[in-house]
Design a binder for this molecule. Sequence first.
Ligand SMILES: O=P(O)(O)OP(=O)(O)OP(=O)(O)OC[C@H]1O[C@@H](n2cnc3c(O)ncnc32)[C@H](O)[C@@H]1O
Ligand SMILES: [Mg+2]
Length: 206
Amino acid sequence: MAGRVLVASRNAKKLRELQRVLDAADIAGIEPVGLDAVPPYPEAPETGATFEENAAAKARDGALATGMACIADDSGLEIDALNGMPGVLSARWSGTHGDDGANTALVLAQLSDVPDERRGAAFVSACAFAVPDGDDVAVTVVRGEWRGAIARAPRGENGFGYDPVFVPEAGDRTAAELSAEEKDAASHRGRALTLLVPALAAFAGS
Ligand SMILES: O=P(O)(O)OP(=O)(O)OP(=O)(O)OC[C@H]1O[C@@H](n2cnc3c(O)ncnc32)[C@H](O)[C@@H]1O
Ligand SMILES: [Mg+2]
């Protein structure tokens, strides 16, 4: 039975991006709703080794607790010169969850001696879609990536997280200097959600 789909993120700016891309995809029969529209439920800590594991766990928790279909994103920044870190630790890299300024400053400090040609990085988003199925939940997980490089200093006011220090390939502007539409068209999250559209459309048509 299609209808309301829970979008399970506690990050207001990420949630806005997820809603924006879902709205743009305009999948008939799907109405995204946020966590504030449902009673609180226990959420497992994000301790998985991969984005995919964490995204699937978040979506599964939401679907099991509410009986609604549920979308979740787990995402982060993989920096080549840091062997793929901060990775799944991106939200709390500086020690304080969600402190974007401190997380970004720490990454810049860690790369202070790294020359331009070795500042490559990728944003990664795993998006999971969980649909209740009897006592169980069927989960689809997809992954989107966005290659770029880490700037020497933050620039731009848009976006969130590490956007001010991430320069997507094929451009000079940071992700925080892109418009919302430009970011969605190229971003890891935009790509991942595009890969989820068939599963969402199948659900909407069911
Ligand atoms: O788990 P939820 O509740 O969705 O919110 P969160 O902020 O904790 O989200 P994650 O666990 O997926 O951690 C992702 C972190 O990676 C960074 N990040 C992810 N996507 C990003 C983007 O598009 N631009 C900039 N930084 C991003 C940012 O620091 C996020 O806090
Ligand atoms: Mg999180």
